[in-house]
Each structure stands twice: as C-alpha cells, then as structure tokens.
Design a protein around this ligand. Sequence first.
Ligand SMILES: CC(C)(COP(=O)(O)OP(=O)(O)OC[C@H]1O[C@@H](n2cnc3c(N)ncnc32)[C@H](O)[C@@H]1OP(=O)(O)O)[C@@H](O)C(=O)NCCC(=O)NCCS
Length: 367
Amino acid sequence: MDSAPTLTDDLVTLRAHREDDVQGCFEQCQDPVSQEWTTVPVPYSMENARSFVTEVMPQGWAAGTSWGFAVEVDGRYAGTVELRDEGEGRLEVAYGSHPWVRGTGSMERAVRLLVDWAFDDRAARVVIWRANTGNWASRKLAWRLGFTIEGTIRAALPQRGELRDAWVGTLLPTDTREPKGRWLDVPVLEADGLRLRSWRDSDAPRIVEACTDPRTRQWLPLLPDPYGEAEARSWLEAQLESRATGRSACWAVVDPADEARVLASISYFDYTPEIECEIGFWSHPDARGRGVATRAMREVVRYTFEDLGVRRVSAAAAVDNAASRHVIEANGLTTWGTERLGIDVHAGRADLAWYDLLVEEWRRLGR
Ligand SMILES: CC(C)(COP(=O)(O)OP(=O)(O)OC[C@H]1O[C@@H](n2cnc3c(N)ncnc32)[C@H](O)[C@@H]1OP(=O)(O)O)[C@@H](O)C(=O)NCCC(=O)NCCS
C-alpha cells in the first residue's frame, strides 16, 4: 500500500494528507505544547509544514517505513497520527493534535482507529508508545487506549540536541483497548466552608513554607532537607504518578474566597479498591488551630466511603503528636493498637498510634 486509506468512525476520519492541510500543520507546530513535547523544528516555518505534508508523509508510505494520516473532524484538519516501522511487526505510534481539537476526545478516537488498523491490516505484533516523561496528556491518551505503561528509560528520546527520559508503553493484539488499572480523580469537594481542589504549580511556595516549618518537620522528618521549590515540584509530579497508577490522590485545602492560598494538604493512599485506604494530612503553619484539617478529613472520609466505596479507612500518628491524633479522633476513628517504634520523628524513632473506622461505624455516626 503506497498511500493512506480512509478510515472513519463517523465522527473522526483518518485520510492521506492534502495540500490544504499545510496551514493547519503550520498552526499546530507554532503551539508551545507541540513544541515542548515533540521534535518539530523550532522555529517552524510554512516551508517546514509544506515539506511535511507534501514530502515527508507521502515518502513514508512509498518507502513502507511509516504510515501517517491526517486527522479530520467536522471537515477540518485536526492533527496527524502515525505508525513507524521498527521491524518484526513492531510499530511505534505517534500523535499530535491541533490545539482546537484538544479536550474533545477526538484524538482518542483517531488513535483508536489507527491502532485497530495496525493490528487488523498491518498485522502488528505490538504497538509501542513513547513520550517524554511529564507528557501527561499523551500518557492519559495511551492509558485510555489500553497501553500498559512499562516504565521509564533514561536518555531515550533525542529532542533538539538533548536526550530526554522517556515513558514506554505497549499494546498487544490480545490486549483489550481499555484502561489497565485506575487513574484516580481529584474532584473539587466542598468541606464545611473549605474547598478541596487539585494542586497547582503555583502552590509551590506555600508547600515550601509548610514543609520547612519546624513543627511539620518534627513529625515528618523524612521530608527532603533542604526543601525548596524544586522539591515541591517533584512532590507534585510524584502525585501525578501516584494518581495515574491508582495508588493515592491528594488535595490542596483552600478557603473558597482565596483559592490561591493553600491552607493544608490531605490525601488518601495505600488504596485497595473496595477494601481500604489510609488518610494523611498536614496544615500550613498559618492555618493551624482552626479545625482546617479536621473538616478536610471529614470530607475525605465521606468521599472514600461514599464515592470510592472502601469499607475501612485508617490513619496513624506518632503517639505524642497530639494535634494529629485530635484530628483523627474528631473524625470518629478509634485506635486499635500501637506499633512500637513504628515511625521516624525528628527526635528519632517513636511509637505510632493506629486508628481505623469501618463504613458501618461511620454510617452509625451519621456524618
Ligand atoms: C497528546 C494529545 C494528542 C492529547 O490530546 P487530547 O486527548 O485531546 O487531550 P488533552 O490535550 O486535552 O489532554 C488529555 C488529558 O491529559 C490531561 N493533562 C494534560 N496536561 C496535563 C498535565 N500537565 N498534568 C496532568 N494531566 C494533564 C488533561 O487534563 C486531559 O485529561 P482529561 O481528558 O481526563 O480531562 C495533545 O495533548 C497534543 O497534541 N499534545 C502535543 C503533541 C504530543 O504531545 N504528542 C504526543 C507525543 S508522545
């Protein structure tokens, strides 16, 4: 086959590139997101776009080395998807969308058509996805299509003279084209005058203040030291990884009237679906003593029982950490034991008080 067939699911069409795609391609490659995550030349000229559409794409088909399609939605150019031959039935998938179509689900449909074609018509034995680490939009799309995210390969993808770390995923013909594992949401929750929202990069300074505070460090001594904005950003990135792999989710607690000023952090972790999870929290030093953590925890306890459907919620605090134990006890959790020398605190190793609450007990509390 030396030119692209037309594939469609009625809403999205994949077809051969045409001369009138040049303008759309040019616009797509001016977009900072495309420049950040792909190898398009920067700056990108109209001549680059013309050569891509009229030479690079058709040449791939003619040589049998790559198979690129233009994506069309509502009669408009919406991006490009491509398979690249890696030999022995291994095909690498690549995709990029024009900004106008992002967030509509169209690219998922486009890549689904492409992957089906790879297995059904090109007899692919595996489709491989690679992305620079941190490209969460791409990873979510790969996850939606059923790719198994295998891990990270350091210095794997050249980009404008640098070697970037890459995530790698695979899809086999026998895999279902559905997500493997959960990707945890962080919905906005209202908690008795407080709002729980997802974290933002701009929260880094407040995180630094909280995590360098002596009282925080007294009870959480394993925080990096020194702790600066780079550490805060790594923590936020690690949260995305934990959500994407179904392990934990974390909220920033704010006053709805001042969403930019984080008051506390609250998370659930060690999550086993339908069974249990643990809840943890810290408060910013200037937000302590006002019941912020208690109210936030009440809402997360409700969320984990009612919306996530766990049967048991647990929490733990160093025996001498009176404030933390108060928050846990105010939420109806009861202690079931002490793990001797169970936690690192600033002064060394300390006993750890464990608490839990079952869903039936929580219902009886009528919260
Ligand atoms: C990858 C791409 C095709 C996906 O398009 P899309 O499916 O329409 O999706 P969006 O760009 O709207 O984002 C997809 C999801 O990722 C999430 N996402 C985006 N950026 C994110 C970030 N920095 N952190 C966490 N999640 C992020 C979005 O919230 C969205 O999630 P939702 O659908 O559950 O709301 C498109 O983002 C793109 O063209 N990017 C530039 C080119 C590129 O990166 N290609 C892949 C190279 S491997």
